[in-house]
Write a new protein. Structure first.
Length: 561
């Protein structure tokens, strides 16, 4: 559904923003932010948040900041920072001069914590982590006050200063907000807002040994940056009262509005960064940018386009309730975009030699081939045709069933852009394997027309043996063979698809693919969409990654099941 006045997709977040603009709630401003933690690579779920936050800012002439939530030095790394910046830019968004880090505000976080202590709204608690959990209570039982809850302001200030100075061991104490241990919302039961970590930070080094918790740092960061609409995923809905409580207690420049939306859940996919990291560290995938991974870098390497991902995020929309989106929709969006922009070429992945007996041995014809029927401006190319060709092994069957329209003994097929051929003989090796086909062609059938007007049902792609180039093709498929790899509480790695990668090393390509650029995308006719490997690129012998098949083969598998 689209707003009739703006032609923009309507959703509850837009409705909130438009009402705020009408009432001048934020002085007519719209300021959003994308706040990733640099503890892993971004995945398709983050892409939804990126498109939402940057898209809303653009649509309402506002701004969107990129802010790294780097408050946990034990898990964060500059490698992740750089990858996130690359991914956001690749998706087509620009934060201009608004790049921030939570670590930019460490001093302010400390100052505000001191203010809370002075106002008797925070205290240093010396309970152990296990004791804090025990005292917290349950959903049906209220929590108990910490025995350290009534420490004096002076004692709390002195202890907090010792925490900052590195004089107290990690885990010995924390700073907690003093709210309400009997609250029905567990997040308001004196949450921890600062903890000790004797670890160097990737930006501040060893300057700090106390670090703020996310719930405390996030709302203050939003306020310091003048954010108007702090858009979070649904799991933070119960944290909103704490977000508001912190800002209400402090003298901050503004009070942003937290709004929650349903995160993206995708079938046949894991979206937990912790679990994705497990796949990487255990060697079950070849790094964060493995083309089977749901990471943006993995999808980029596989050949997905920024347009296709943005279109996918727009199609799935913004909801208040969790649901699972079928991976087939994402693949459809990829096909839809590549169909418009990808040149068509011919490649044979499992070659079978074909000799056309009545074609002159020394003759070579250059045949016209359409680059993309969806875009005539892409023009035509010429492909060489000669006596010896390669076709796909599975395009021939010696004893075919009825309604088999590909090549078989005595059966005629059309070669794409070329001639009609008929198989007259099958050559086998000593093991009985088919190694060569002997065929004849109709010289009057060039371009697919004949003098007698006969038609054939089958059309095959091919390459000239003499002119083709050798290449490697990696057939990537879904990483998991179960729609919900987390279902049933089993180890999600038990549902890895053993056929998620098949490497073909004897492929043959038309000669135009000898000059590909890394990352360039093509449709291999009748086979699918492929991308020239952008990382392990070689001019001597190209490698292609399968981006997506021409049709959703998994849908057919499900129907058969």
């Amino acid at each position: 559904m689209k707003d009739p006045e703006t032609s923009m997709p309507s959703n509850f977040i837009r409705n909130i923003i438009e009402e705020d603009l009408k009432t001048n709630r934020h002085q007519g401003r719209v300021a959003t932010r994308f706040p990733p933690e640099p503890n892993g690579y971004l995945h398709i779920g983050h892409a939804k948040s990126i498109c939402l936050n940057f898209g809303l800012a653009a649509d309402y002439n506002g701004t969107c900041n990129l802010r790294f939530d780097d408050t946990n030095p034990s898990k964060e790394d500059t490698e992740y920072v750089e990858s996130i910046e690359t991914d956001v830019r690749w998706l087509g968004f620009d934060w201009e001069d608004r790049l921030y880090y939570a670590s930019d505000y460490f001093e302010k976080f400390h100052e505000y914590a001191v203010d809370l202590i002075k106002a008797s709204k925070a205290y240093v608690c010396s309970l152990s982590p296990d004791q804090i959990r025990e005292y917290r209570g349950t959903l049906t039982e209220p929590g108990k006050n910490s025995p350290f809850r009534n420490r004096s302001v002076e004692e709390n200030l002195a202890l907090f200063e010792r925490m900052r100075a590195g004089e107290i061991d990690e885990g010995a104490c924390v700073l907690r907000a003093k709210i309400d241990m009997a609250s029905a919302n567990l997040n308001l039961r004196d949450p921890v807002i600062f903890r000790i970590k004797h670890e160097a930070h990737h930006r501040t080094g060893s300057r700090w040994c106390i670090y703020p918790m996310y719930d405390y740092a996030h709302c203050i960061s939003d306020a310091l940056e003048g954010i108007t609409h702090s858009i979070c995923t649904l799991e933070f809905e119960d944290h909103r009262p704490l977000y508001d409580w912190c800002l209400d207690q402090l003298n901050v420049p503004c009070h942003p509005q937290q709004i929650e939306f349903a995160r993206l859940n995708l079938s046949y996919t894991i979206m937990s960064k912790r679990k994705l990291l497990k796949l990487v560290q255990s060697g079950l995938v070849n790094g964060w940018d493995d083309p089977r991974m749901p990471t943006i870098s993995g999808m980029r390497r596989r050949g997905y386009t920024p347009v296709s991902i943005r279109n996918f995020c727009e199609r799935i929309g913004v909801a208040k309730r969790d649901s699972v989106v079928d991976l087939a929709l994402l693949e459809y969006c990829v096909r839809e975009d590549l169909n418009k922009i990808a040149p068509r070429v011919m490649a044979v992945l499992n070659p079978l030699r074909v000799v056309i007996e009545n074609y002159p041995e020394d003759r070579v014809e250059m045949l016209d081939a359409v680059n993309n029927p969806e875009d005539p401006s892409m023009g035509i190319r010429q492909v060489p045709f000669s006596r010896v060709l390669f076709i796909e092994q599975d395009d021939f069957m010696e004893d075919p069933p009825k309604k088999y329209f590909r090549l078989a003994p005595g059966q005629e097929v059309r070669l794409r852009y070329a001639y009609y051929i008929t198989c007259v003989n099958v050559i086998k090796n000593e093991a009985g394997d088919i190694v060569e086909l002997r065929c004849v062609y109709d010289p009057e059938s060039r371009g697919g027309t004949t003098a007698d007007g006969r038609k054939v049902r089958g059309t095959l792609h091919w390459v000239s043996a003499r002119h083709s180039i050798s290449a490697e093709v990696r057939l990537y498929d879904r990483l998991f063979n179960r729609e919900n790899p987390d279902a049933g509480g089993a180890d999600f790695t038990e549902h890895l698809n053993p056929r998620s990668l098949e490497v073909l090393t004897e492929c043959r390509m038309e000669p135009s693919l000898g000059a590909v650029e890394p990352g360039s995308r093509y449709q291999f006719e009748r086979l699918g969409y492929f991308c020239a490997e952008p990382v392990e690129f070689s001019k001597d012998r190209p490698v292609f990654n399968r981006t997506v098949t021409l049709k959703d083969s998994w849908a057919r598998i499900a129907q058969k099941g």
